[in-house]
Write a protein that binds this ligand. Sequence first.
Ligand code: E4P
Length: 217
Amino acid sequence: MKFFVDTAEISEIRELLPLGVVDGVTTNPSLIMKSGRDFREVVAEICELVDGPVSAEVTALEAAKMVEEGKSLAKIANNVTVKLPLTVDGLIACKALSSEGIDTNVTLCFSANQALLAAKAGATFISPFIGRLDDINIDGMDLIREIRMIYDNYDFRTEILAASIRSPNHVKDSAIAGADVATVPPKVLTSLAKHPLTDKGLEAFMADWEKTGQKII
Ligand code: E4P
């Protein structure tokens, strides 16, 4: 499973890079707003830092304009993935951009039928929003399972990018359900390494080692 980092904060990405688990980055207009940075500038900086796909979202609502924005964003760097909303216009733009070899991430997916349409439109990634479904008492993980089954039935190449991840369990359950990628907020990503028994065990080993009076080097 690949991990993307769900952030537009350069410092957060830099901190995570040494872990060796960052396969890409996703941004959205809200994350850009939070960063307080210029959109194109921050996307260019992330693209230089990270080898993998970096999602940058269009803000037009009409297909032709989305295509224009998408082409312009794709020129920032060759690892830009154009993020498009799952609307009829977004799907039209997805078809047009993917036909020209531009990578796309169709976002704000909340149903299996929406995911089926995105795959038929040639999307590189589909982003089902798990957390936002959980927020309204619909099990987001069911959606990942449904999409996995449909894509496997028809051998669609579109990758399932589990989004709106809020907890370590979301990451684990997405992996079990067969998502290709999870885009994870930095805090959740680092918390995956933590376990209280690891901390307790390490504390005991260190205390016993201290008693030996030895040094390794
Ligand atoms: C990523 O592509 C999405 O924009 C993001 O995961 C949304 O997360 P949220 O529902 O926590 O805002």
